[in-house]
Design a binder for this molecule. Structure first.
Ligand code: UDP
Length: 340
């Protein structure tokens, strides 16, 4: 196998990771997924195979365990790139358990970078997040928008992670690092076979909406109706997970050839309030979603959406799915989960 086609994906059984593995396999890459299923299931690999007719190579490894991480990477010397998704990702959980979040997210990144260096892997893509920007008055945000204070420990693990990668690249001129700042990835693969599969009760908006619509919850809470936004609810930039996945392949193909370290926003560029997201869902599903007006959720920022022109220019990438597609595929996935 040509090493320029070998990619290590950490967290390849997770939500964005699994969609990216599908995209990579479909484009002729050889993929090794490293995952410990802390918030996913090995069954995901079988589903990836059903979609692509290919099973990725897999390793069950806790990347926060340095020895295990080094050993796993040593088997993949000179792979072309590592895409590092594996991390804890819940804002409210991170507020409740900051130490666990810092330990897991920072240690895994440090271990992955050391292991990649030892294995001669030069190209690193880091899963970052728009949460690095904190509460911003000037919207949309672009990559040069200065950060305000991170609103949660989760967000701060991404600020630290980006800085670690940037500092690393500075002393490794041969390295190519990119931090991709995701806005709010939602939706599911159009096959209906892969989607977000959190082991615990999900607390992201779209899975909460679909669970409420299907009756797993009697009603959902909307956190905060008193924000100074057009309808009082928070504004986010929702983007289809398959668009995010495609941007990773574009990043590998285009970007890693070019610069030592870069940062790119991945968003749709459209600000959508919580109430607007619920209406879009109701429209495509024909289901009414019961909700309760609840107090603000600690760690939430008021409004954020992306200026994604840099991604368009550098990655030659644009979104293919709109908000209705996001809701449609999320709803299809929820219904399939229930029919299992
Ligand atoms: N949200 C909500 N009810 C829920 C889950 C989320 O009102 O049960 C709101 C949340 O307060 C935020 C938006 O939906 O304003 C997006 O939240 P999510 O957790 O999906 O993403 P993030 O906070 O990371 O942007």
């Amino acid at each position: 196998m040509n090493n320029s086609k070998k990619i290590i994906v950490t967290g390849g059984a997770g939500y964005i990771g699994s969609h990216t593995v599908i995209e990579l396999l479909s484009q002729g890459y050889h993929v090794t997924s490293m995952d410990n299923f802390s918030n996913s299931s090995p069954d995901v690999y079988r589903r990836i195979e059903a979609i692509t007719n290919q099973l990725p190579e897999t390793a069950t490894v806790d990347l926060a365990d340095k020895k295990a991480c080094l050993e796993a990477f040593a088997k993949h010397r000179n792979a072309f790139a590592v895409i590092h998704f594996a991390a804890f990702k819940s804002v409210p959980e991170s507020v409740a358990s900051p130490i666990e979040y810092y330990r897991n997210n920072v240690n895994s990144l440090l271990n992955v970078m050391e292991a990649a260096t030892e294995a001669g892997i030069r190209n690193i893509i880091f899963s970052s997040s728009c949460s690095v920007y904190g509460n911003i008055n000037q919207l949309p945000v672009n990559e040069n928008t200065p950060f305000s204070k991170a609103a949660s420990p989760y967000a701060y693990t991404k600020v630290i992670g980006e800085r670690i990668l940037e500092d690393y690249c500075q002393i490794h001129p041969e390295a190519k690092g990119i931090s991709l700042r995701y806005f709010n990835p939602v939706g599911a693969h159009p096959s209906g076979l892969i989607g977000e599969l959190p082991l615990d009760r999900p607390n992201n908006l779209v899975p909460v909406i679909t669970q409420t619509a299907i009756g797993k919850r009697n009603q959902m809470e909307i956190f905060g109706f008193d924000y100074p936004t057009r309808d009082g609810t928070c504004i986010r930039d929702y983007i289809h997970v398959c668009d995010i996945a495609a941007a990773h392949v574009a990043a590998i193909e285009v970007q890693l050839e070019q610069v030592n370290y870069d940062v790119i926003n991945l968003g749709s560029g459209q600000g959508v309030s919580v109430l607007e997201a619920i209406s879009a869902f109701e429209k495509v599903s024909g289901k009414k979603v019961n909700y309760l007006r609840s107090p603000r959720r600690p760690g939430d920022v008021e409004a954020i959406y992306s200026d994604s022109s840099k991604a368009g220019k550098i990655l030659n990438w644009t979104t293919r799915y709109n908000l209705e597609d996001m809701m449609k595929t999320a709803w299809q996935w929820e219904q399939n989960l229930n029919n299992k």
